[in-house]
Design a protein around this ligand. Structure first.
Ligand code: GN1
Ligand code: MG
Length: 372
């Protein structure tokens, strides 16, 4: 029962009113998330409570410190622009002792936010205008933070999108083969070896100073932008756990990987998985519209590389976790990570087929925006 999982935790947060009910939100692959409803005076207030995965986030205090810094920066800017920050930026609920994390008796970390109501987090993006709004949401997030000093942020998961080091982790998992699954994934592993050089390209360009390091979200799935239910407009970017210094190519790429795929991230029938160019185009329109002026030409022209690298990197992360015996991602079956890895490989194969179209589409927006 959901209540039993949270009953000893909720009294430690400054939630207003009387607890009514809780439901689990199952879309995340890492943390456990609950939606709490409280009654306060004559209305209801909804909160989000999260149990942070300590295996993934070794130091949750650094995670929350990044989130506080970034949300304060955005809030300040919204106020300067004469906008009301309510519903436009995450609001953290402190504990009774004014901390942002509550550590329970088993040493498990928890944190809470005000739930932004009358807004939609899309697991599936249905329309092109939704996809454009998702692009605007993440583009605007970049814009709000482009003057934030990236070096002030902690690297909460070291080398999170260091695709080359991810490759070494994969090779190590394969060598160790701790649960005897390597024999089932020979063709998938071969695919990773064939893509090794491509996967390292963003890191290489960053190390050479060709691509800058800036504040990036690093988990730009469409469901991490809330769309206002009344207007359909992008409202707020959520899930700030992986906000860290990084390359904008990953943010662009991950958003296309997730939102412009014709199938779910864990679709078993790989023949259904393609890149929907119309959705990619809609996202790009919104994203470039918000980000021109401060992204460099080197970044803009290379956005398509982000799609290839992140799709391959995530395929490899799922594959690595399958080989390791499912230590990192939550799974609903022993083959879930393998299904996910195969789905990402299928998507990447289609991205490779459509690569020149993707580049032409991105170039078109860059040229249009440089004329304005
Ligand atoms: C994880 O849990 P969630 O859905 O926010 C993962 C991302 C992956 C994503 C794939 C900290 O994100 O990197 O892209 O799954 N987050 C972490 O769905 O590893
Ligand atoms: Mg996340």
């Amino acid at each position: 029962m959901v209540y039993n999982k949270i009953k000893d935790v909720i009294p430690h947060f400054k939630f207003k009113g009387t607890y009514l009910r809780a439901a689990e939100i199952t879309s995340g692959n890492v943390n456990n998330t609950y939606r709490l409803t409280y009654s306060y005076k004559d209305r209801q207030i909804i909160y989000t409570l999260q149990h942070i995965n300590k295996y993934v986030f070794k130091n949750p205090h650094l995670v929350i410190s990044n989130i506080v810094a970034v949300t304060n920066h955005i809030k300040r800017k919204l106020i300067e622009q004469g906008k009301d920050p309510a519903r436009k930026v995450l609001e953290i609920i402190p504990t009774l002792s004014n901390e942002y994390i509550y550590v329970d008796k088993d040493g498990e970390p928890w944190r809470a936010y005000t739930f932004i109501d009358d807004a939609d987090a899309l697991d599936v993006v249905n329309t092109l205008s939704q996809m454009e709004e998702v692009g605007r949401g993440f583009g605007n997030f970049q814009k709000m933070l482009h003057d934030f000093p990236a070096e002030q942020l902690h690297e909460t998961i070291p080398n999170f999108h260091h695709s080359t080091k991810r490759f070494y982790q994969f090779v190590r998992a394969l060598d160790e083969d701790r649960v005897g699954r390597a024999k089932f994934v020979e063709s998938e592993c071969e695919f990773m070896f064939e893509h090794r050089v491509m996967m390292g390209e963003i890191i290489k360009l960053t190390e050479k100073g060709i691509l800058p390091t800036r504040v990036t979200h690093n988990d730009t799935k469409a469901n991490n932008v809330l769309l206002d239910s009344a207007t359909g407009k992008a409202l707020c970017v959520i899930d700030l756990d992986t906000v860290m210094p990084g390359s904008v190519l990953f943010d662009y790429g991950d958003a296309i990987r997730f939102g412009a795929s014709t199938a779910a991230e864990d679709e078993e029938d790989t023949s259904k998985i393609k890149l929907n160019m119309k959705k990619a185009e809609a996202f790009t329109r919104g994203f470039i519209d918000e980000t021109t002026g401060f992204l460099s030409d080197e970044e803009l022209y290379r956005l398509p590389l982000g799609v290839k690298v992140i799709t391959c990197e995530l395929a490899m992360r799922f594959l690595t976790d399958y080989i390791n015996g499912d230590l990192y991602f939550k799974v609903n079956s022993p083959v879930h990570n393998l299904v996910r890895a195969r789905a990402q490989i299928a998507l990447l194969k289609d991205v490779e087929k459509q690569e020149s179209k993707l580049q032409a589409m991105v170039d078109k927006f860059i040229n249009e925006s440089s004329k304005n």
